[in-house]
Design a protein around this ligand. Structure first.
Ligand code: ZN
Length: 130
């Protein structure tokens, strides 16, 4: 099946998709730009505004959620989840970190709206423990 052969690069797996601050197009793979203090200030098309590769061409996949299991919950920062989905008769398992406020129902709602496994992986958050 075509969707099985479809492969994103390692970078594309983790890129955010959104609006570019240079060409104002929505739905682009983004490269975050930081100022000299390290603060995130702008987003630019990852491969450049004119490059077709900046436009995600990810097929919709018909996956089925098998299970959403909470594996860890910290005192106040984050929660960790193990997600299993069935795609093309194969079971895929992925681990996601979400905010402490996440629960099984709210996470299921977000996963249901994902178009494919890459979007599910992008729900992973890096929660800063200060
Ligand atoms: Zn752009």
């Amino acid at each position: 099946m075509a969707t099985e052969k479809y492969q994103l690069s390692d970078a594309e797996e983790t890129l955010t998709i959104g609006k570019c601050d240079f060409c104002y197009e929505e739905g682009r793979y983004l490269k975050p730009l930081h100022d000299k203090y390290g603060d995130h200030v702008l987003d630019q098309c990852f491969y450049g505004c004119e490059d077709k590769r900046s436009v995600p061409n990810e097929p919709k996949e018909n996956f089925e959620i098998i299970s959403i299991v909470e594996t860890y919950r910290s005192y106040c920062h984050d929660s960790k989840w193990k997600i299993s989905i069935k795609l093309n008769d194969k079971v895929l398992t992925m681990n996601l970190t979400r905010l402490h406020s996440e629960n099984e129902a709210s996470l299921r709602e977000k996963i249901v709206h994902c178009r494919n496994r890459h979007e599910i992986k992008r729900l992973n958050l890096y929660v800063f423990h200060n």
